[in-house]
Design a protein around this ligand. Structure first.
Ligand SMILES: CC(C)(COP(=O)(O)OP(=O)(O)OC[C@H]1O[C@@H](n2cnc3c(N)ncnc32)[C@H](O)[C@@H]1OP(=O)(O)O)[C@@H](O)C(=O)NCCC(=O)NCCS
Length: 381
């Protein structure tokens, strides 16, 4: 029996030190910068550089970084073939998980754990992931192949490549902004998975493959897709209030299979997620261009009900759903977009874990049967 018993889900447990992100009730900071400040004054690649290298880049560092990442925006032909051979019915998150694992096979740095090689792999993955997502769009939605434009942000390029055409400058700017908001969030489930894998001195591609698996779940990154499917379901019922009341009735009558409202709640932010408020504003701005403000009206109605009835606030995945929907992105690509951003936080944590590594190996309290003797098979009946 251990001396200290953790709460379920390790709630409130500080599991280590990190100098990458600071989660405060006033907002999230990356290496000391408020993300609102970053979102207003920097592009995603600057933030990626900050997370991976520790400081914001100078003009020369930025130009060199952008050029390095853009030169990595290609996949080994074997990975292209493997993606083309995958069944179109699989979730794109499964495609990405397998693709990253395969990318490791053809990466000359794969087993090199030096800091220089880890940085090269981080920048390579940052360039490769959007290409894998774009390839999936070409295969499944038959969109045109769009080469990345060296003058555009990574977010704008990702959006264009997913759509197979040029999106509006505003949509590109907002996409890039969402990548900033999604980039890093201390010891969340996928990052902790990546750190746990890294703590065994396993390689970066293994850690990222595991992290993608963790992000896929609807309680974590998969919530942005689930939130949009929920908006579509609400639209069918005709009213957010009716949908909410029906769900409450279901939960009352089925206490053992209560349904969650996706895009709400957070382990850390109990008084609201600042990122969600920012992205709601941007989505509202986008709706003036798309004419699809109905999603925000619906979202606001449900948000007011959740606050009044349950005092639970929306998280970032909630506005991400209606922002990405307005951009015309297929719903099952919302979590892969999250991967294209969070790769920066994961890689920063993988490198930080290696700098002060000790294997992550917690204990459990045993709750199974007491010591007993094996009854030989012949006597077990
Ligand atoms: C994010 C999340 C996993 C956090 O989980 P957590 O910290 O363990 O939160 P808890 O389960 O302790 O929540 C506390 C209470 O709020 C309720 N609650 C939390 N999120 C809820 C939601 N989205 N819908 C309905 N009720 C919710 C819980 O049922 C619980 O109620 P109870 O005390 O009556 O059992 C959880 O809020 C959730 O599943 N949200 C929906 C998925 C989502 O949007 N994920 C993205 C996270 S950024």
């Amino acid at each position: 029996m251990s001396e200290v018993k953790a709460k379920a889900g390790l709630e409130g447990i500080v599991a280590g030190d990190s100098a990458i992100a600071e989660v405060t009730q006033q907002g999230l900071r990356y290496r000391g910068y408020d993300i609102e400040d970053l979102a207003r004054n920097a592009c995603f690649e600057e933030v990626a550089y900050l997370l991976l290298h520790g400081e914001l880049p100078t003009k020369a560092q930025f130009a060199a970084f952008r050029s390095r990442v853009q030169s990595e925006m290609k996949l080994p032909p074997q990975v292209v073939r493997a993606i083309q051979d995958m069944p179109t019915s699989i979730p794109p998150m499964d495609m990405l998980r397998s693709a990253v694992s395969l990318m490791g096979h053809y990466d000359a740095d794969a087993q090199d754990m030096s800091k220089a090689a880890m940085l090269r792999k981080s920048e390579r993955l940052l360039g490769q992931l959007p290409v894998a997502v774009a390839l999936w769009c070409q295969k499944t939605a038959k969109v045109a192949a769009m080469p990345p434009d060296s003058n555009l942000t990574l977010g704008a390029n990702l959006l264009n490549m997913m759509l197979g055409k040029k999106a509006s400058p505003l949509a590109g700017k907002i996409m890039d902004g969402t990548l900033i908001l999604y980039a890093e969030h201390d010891f969340n489930a996928s990052t902790f998975t990546a750190r746990g894998i890294t703590s065994t001195l396993s390689d970066m591609h293994s850690a990222v493959t595991g992290a993608i698996g963790a992000l896929k779940g609807p309680l974590h990154g998969g919530a942005n897709e689930a939130a949009m499917n929920q908006f579509l379901e609400i639209e069918k019922t005709g009213s957010a209030t009716k949908w909410f009341n029906d769900l409450q009735t279901h939960n009352k009558n089925n206490p053992n299979s209560k349904k969650l409202i996706m895009g709400f709640g957070h382990r850390v932010y109990k008084n609201g997620d600042h990122r969600a408020a920012m992205l709601r504003e941007w989505s509202m701005e986008l709706s003036k261009e798309t004419g699809q403000g109905k999603w925000i009206t619906m979202a606001d109605e449900l948000q007011a009900l959740m606050l009044k009835e349950k005092n639970i606030h929306p998280n970032l995945d909630y506005p991400a759903a209606h922002a990405y929907y307005q951009m015309g992105i297929p719903i099952d690509l919302y979590t892969p977009i999250f991967v294209c951003s969070r790769i920066t936080g994961w890689c920063a944590h993988i490198m930080e874990q290696l700098e002060h590594n000790r294997i992550i190996r917690p204990l459990s309290d045993y709750t199974g049967p007491a010591l007993r003797k094996v009854v030989p098979m012949a006597q077990r009946g």
